[in-house]
Design a binder for this molecule. Structure first.
Ligand SMILES: *Cc1c(COP(=O)(O)O)cnc(C)c1O
Length: 229
């Protein structure tokens, strides 16, 4: 089997899971976007998936993302990784969506980068669902102020929230908390409708809890080298 055939099979399987999850939740399939997380995989895989109809791709490291964004046209890039403030402006130049804005310090760089590139950048506030900001994400109490700052920044569009399910908890319970927090953000910012939740292992639970965007790596591309992640 060629790599292209393998990716086509994996995409079919993920699409089937998404279709079944949406049906089970009484939701339309087009309410949930698929972001293919291609970190550690080559641009050639991105091209194969793009030609199969995938339009959104996620990356977690600036240098790698920038290189692939230069190589592959006609797709949207989502930055999903931990963001250092000195990289924020760089990411803003090629990403359509930054999903991992988890502290106020990132906002000026994202805004400057978006303005410098003369583009409007969609930003999600990343939430920590286990209250441990060491693993990325703002604690719930800090989310409203961060959302306000993103919404007020030039060049940025507050699009919603993102989270990764904690290791030690039922994903459904964690995603329910995210949905509540998303609702609270929407009270102040009605346009912030995106809920980015669900990965290879828990996309069904995320769709059931109202996710509007799943970030799928392993199920689409295969295992990443374990030394890396
Ligand atoms: C790597 C990564 C994913 C994809 O995870 P899989 O379990 O491989 O589907 C999703 N979201 C973020 C933030 C990631 O870093």
């Amino acid at each position: 089997m060629t790599r292209a055939q393998e990716l086509a099979q994996r995409l079919t399987a993920v699409e089937r899971r998404l279709g079944e999850a949406c049906a089970a939740a009484g939701r339309a399939r087009d309410e949930v976007a698929l972001v293919a997380v291609t970190k550690f995989f080559p641009a050639t895989d991105v091209v194969v998936l793009r030609d199969l109809g995938v339009t959104r791709f996620g990356e977690s490291r600036d240098q790698e993302a920038r290189r692939k964004a230069d190589e592959v046209a006609d797709v949207r890039w989502h930055f999903v990784g931990r963001l250092q403030s000195n990289k924020a402006a760089s990411v803003a130049a090629y990403a359509s969506v930054v999903e991992s804005c988890d502290r106020l310090r990132l906002v000026p760089g994202l805004s400057a980068g978006a303005r410098g590139a003369d583009r409007e950048l969609a930003v999600l506030v990343q939430v920590s669902l286990d209250g441990d900001p060491g693993r990325g994400g703002a604690v719930a109490a800090d989310v409203p102020a961060l959302a306000d700052a993103v919404a007020a920044a030039q060049g940025l569009h507050l699009a919603g929230v993102m989270a990764v399910a904690p290791m030690e908890e039922e994903p459904a319970r964690a995603f329910a908390r995210l949905a509540e927090l998303a609702e609270r953000v929407r009270q102040d910012h009605p346009q912030a409708r995106t809920i980015s939740a669900g990965m290879s292992a828990d996309l069904e639970e995320a769709v059931a809890a109202g996710s509007t965007s799943v970030r799928v790596g392993t199920a689409l591309l295969g295992r990443r080298p374990s030394a890396l992640r």
